[in-house]
Design a protein around this ligand. Structure first.
Ligand code: B12
Ligand code: SF4
Ligand code: SF4
Length: 377
């Protein structure tokens, strides 16, 4: 088999199955990334969602014996919704970030990689292949940068000239010695728009994130969100796009190549109050297929409470009171107590006082009393 011919055929085939960009990289160890990962770990800047074994993250040979190349793929996703929400005045909505619009991208990219694997195996039956998307050991971005898919932006994202940073990434380690493509020149120049736009200062410098301060991370945690960061979350119920929407390279980039990626506005911009009353089954039925539901219902409900506080939505006071009265999760109760304090209406104070009289958990009671005290001073 002529490897150059095979590479051409793989590229041609990829275009027919909905892969928007493809690149080829060596399977050499990622030595620069290794130092980077160690440094991030030392600084406490990691999210904890990454594969914990750094050696595995940077050594493709630990994942597939005798690897000879890595194929990187990118699929462009929309940045604007085709259908607008039909909102009534006063109804408050949350916002799922763009990476959670439509069907969970893991399914879509795995489907494309599976098709690509089948194509390659039909041509090279003894090829060894291993594909991954997001949850695999490798850094999808580091692979994409090496394969010339895009450059590494100061917002940390892989920036493609064609689609901006609105691309999902995945890769396939192979035993085939494909000729690698060349990495791309950094095109950020002196721009710092993403760093300036980040609400929490999570981008500590160009290309370096403190994930612990990143809203995309915070919205996916299960614990109480640190108070100083709650105010910065706004109405984001999952993820954050500010370092992408602020980027001049992304201006006007809005691609609708994949039907499955189209957002249902009632899911991507859900009404906040109904979220608080949702049963597990209702949550699964409505949100189960989007990427943003992977941590379950409670983190989204906690974020919805924060969003209601952001809007100072007085109509939500009975719902927040109900959380304090009936909820089993102390995370939700503490957040609701804080939210009532933010809303601060006479009904909110009344709800807090009622809850203070009956609450037995120390942390929740403390949060209720803190809110009452703030309102009375
Ligand atoms: C953990 C994780 C997170 C964490 C941490 C993010 C981070 N920046 O590290 C949190 C929860 C915060 C997060 C958020 C988001 N994520 Co995320 N996440 C991941 C995951 C699982 C691992 C990332 C990782 O290892 N980070 C560690 C850092 C150190 O490495 P890296 O960013 O992968 O690689 C770069 C750096 O190492 C850098 N680098 C290497 N050496 C050096 C040296 C110097 C000096 C410098 C400056 C840089 C540098 O170059 C590499 C290439 O850019 C990947 C999937 C995967 N398996 O890779 C998705 C992934 C990175 N996430 C993705 C997305 C879409 C997002 C969000 C946009 C989602 C959202 N809208 O909320 C945000 C963006 C936040 C941001 N600005 O990065 C996409 C990125 C697509 C793209 N175009 O870049 C990925 C690739 C998932 C996918 N398969 O599509 N994510
Ligand atoms: S995703 Fe949001 S919080 Fe995280 S680095 Fe980007 S702008 Fe900052
Ligand atoms: S906003 Fe500017 S610095 Fe940040 S990624 Fe985009 S071009 Fe680069």
């Amino acid at each position: 088999m002529n490897i150059n011919q095979l590479k051409k055929e793989v590229i041609e085939y990829s275009k027919t199955i909905g892969i928007d960009k493809i690149g080829f990289a060596t399977a050499d160890p990622f030595t620069e990334l290794k130092n980077r990962l160690i440094r991030q770990q030392e600084l406490g800047y990691q999210s904890g969602f990454e594969e914990p074994d750094i050696e595995k993250r940077v050594t493709p040979a630990l994942l597939l014996p005798e690897p000879r190349s890595i194929i990187s793929i990118a699929l462009a996703y929309p940045s604007k919704m085709k259908v607008r929400v039909e909102g009534k005045k006063g109804e408050r909505r949350g916002f799922f970030s763009r990476a959670s619009w439509g069907l969970d991208y893991h399914h879509i990219l795995r489907d494309r990689l599976k098709k690509l694997e089948e194509f390659i195996l039909a041509k090279v039956p003894d090829a060894r292949l291993k594909s991954m998307v997001d949850t695999g050991e490798l850094s999808d971005r580091a692979v994409a940068v090496r394969a010339g898919i895009g450059w590494s932006g100061k917002n940390c994202a892989v920036m493609t000239p064609e689609y901006g940073s609105y691309v999902y990434l995945g890769e396939m380690i192979t035993s085939i010695p494909f000729v690698p493509d060349s990495p791309m020149e950094d095109q950020c120049g002196s721009c710092t728009a993403c760093i300036d736009a980040c609400p929490t200062g999570a981008l500590v410098q160009g290309g370096q994130i403190n994930a612990q301060r990143c809203i995309a991370f915070l919205t996916q945690t299960k614990a109480v969100i640190p108070e100083e960061l709650r105010d910065k979350i706004g109405n984001r119920v999952y993820g954050c796009d500010s370092c992408q929407t602020s980027c001049p390279v992304n201006k006007g980039k809005d691609f609708h190549f994949h039907e499955e990626m189209e957002a249902d506005p009632e899911i991507a911009k859900p009404l906040l109050r109904p979220l608080l009353k949702m049963s597990n089954r209702e949550f699964k039925n409505k949100f189960g297929l989007v990427a943003g539901s992977w941590r379950g219902k409670k983190p989204i409900q906690r974020n919805a409470i924060i969003a209601l506080a952001h809007f100072k939505d007085e109509t939500a006071v009975p719902d927040l009171h109900a959380v304090l009265e009936n909820e089993t999760s102390n995370v939700l109760k503490e957040t609701a107590a804080w939210a009532l304090g933010k809303i601060g209406s006479p009904e909110a104070i009344e709800a807090l006082e009622k809850a203070a009289a009956t609450e037995t958990d120390f942390e929740v009671k403390n949060e209720i009393e803190k809110s009452i005290l703030k309102l009375k001073n």
